[in-house]
Design a protein around this ligand. Structure first.
Ligand code: AMP
Length: 320
């Protein structure tokens, strides 16, 4: 059956976009073999606080469990805990051009103006290729922002296979069946993101109900005054409708005012997030349990990852 890998960066707070765009599709597709990978190594490519990265990694794992990812069906791993990721990273660097890495939009953005960036920021897309290829996955659910990185993984895999013999499964990008792209509530022209400058546009998955209510109440709308879908003319209202639809799993009924729309959105979001918050609180009482799940995930994926690295080493000319 098709194998999938979904990645999460342990930077900043997880938000409603992550839940709707990535976690729920993962939960809904658990009949297929899947890996949920927390990219803690990627968190080191920029200035970071060590204790914070560790805490965030455990937090993301805990949220995944709270959101319904079943560790008996989906392997939950941190990429730093599976050393085959970094071993394959180096081997793949040997088939990637410097120019290919330097062309990546995220690198160009973060290094613009001659900023002093870490070398790992440049090589990060190659690590990402290793994250995917090491597990022999066939499908990677990706949003638009990650499609360039997936393309690099495909290019590198194809190049390696043609130069050194069939070694890697070339993964394809898929749009998660049920995912919607959730936009920033304060600036509906950009997507809801951990890195957006203001928290006013973001609904954190662990935000208390009164914060959620305030954030939605302040969401940017428009002066049209009609509740309808119009991504160009009414992006804020369209986004609220998308959230309502995603959180209530039904078509919104007749809504006559923005106030009513916002109340419905608040109720629907709260109905989705309240059980996740409660389960998160329970799980947080036993961090040892979450660490054990990560250790089990690692043990589960390692034999296959080790076999991929073995094949790669043999193909590229290393001793066994
Ligand atoms: P990241 O926040 O970059 O760690 O993304 C983790 C996952 O959540 C990826 O699969 C993203 O495509 C997805 N994601 C992030 N932001 C949004 C959003 N605003 N709407 C839908 N999906 C999102």
């Amino acid at each position: 059956m098709t194998r999938r890998l979904t990645g999460f960066q342990p930077t900043g707070k997880l938000h409603l976009g992550n839940l709707i765009g990535a976690m729920r599709p993962l939960v809904q597709a658990q009949d297929r073999p899947s890996i949920a990978m927390i990219a803690d190594l990627h968190a080191l490519t920029v200035e970071h606080d060590p204790a914070q990265v560790r805490a965030n990694t455990l937090q993301v794992a805990t949220v995944l469990l709270a959101a319904g990812v079943d560790p008996d069906r989906t392997a939950i791993i941190a990429n730093s805990q599976v050393p085959e990721h970094t071993e394959l990273h180096y081997l793949l660097e040997c088939v990637t051009g410097h120019g290919e890495a330097a062309r990546m939009i995220q690198f160009k953005e973060k290094s613009a103006g001659g900023k002093n960036v870490r070398l790992s920021l440049l090589t990060y897309p190659v690590l990402m290729a290793a994250d995917i290829l090491v597990h022999d996955v066939e499908q990677v659910p990706v949003g638009d922002d990650q499609s360039q990185h997936l393309e690099l993984a495909r290019t590198v895999a194809t190049r390696f296979n043609s130069r050194y013999g069939e070694t890697f499964t070339v993964p394809e990008g898929v749009r998660p069946e049920s995912a919607a792209r959730i936009m920033d509530l304060a600036d509906p022209a950009r997507k809801m993101s951990k890195s957006s400058p203001s928290a006013a546009g973001r609904i954190g998955l662990l935000d208390p109900p009164d914060v959620i209510r305030r954030t939605i109440a302040r969401a940017v709308t428009d002066t049209v005054g009609v509740v309808r879908e119009d991504p160009i003319g009414q992006p804020g209202v369209t986004n609220l409708l998308a959230i309502l639809r995603a959180c209530s799993d039904r078509e919104p009924g007749e809504l006559t005012s923005y106030g009513q729309l916002k109340r419905e959105v608040t109720d629907a979001v709260d109905a989705v997030l309240a059980p996740i918050r409660a389960r998160y609180a329970e799980l947080s009482e036993d961090p040892g349990h979450v660490r054990k799940i990560l250790a089990e995930g690692r043990a589960w994926v390692r034999p296959r990852a080790a076999e991929t690295v073995r094949r790669t080493r043999a193909a590229i000319g290393l001793l066994d």
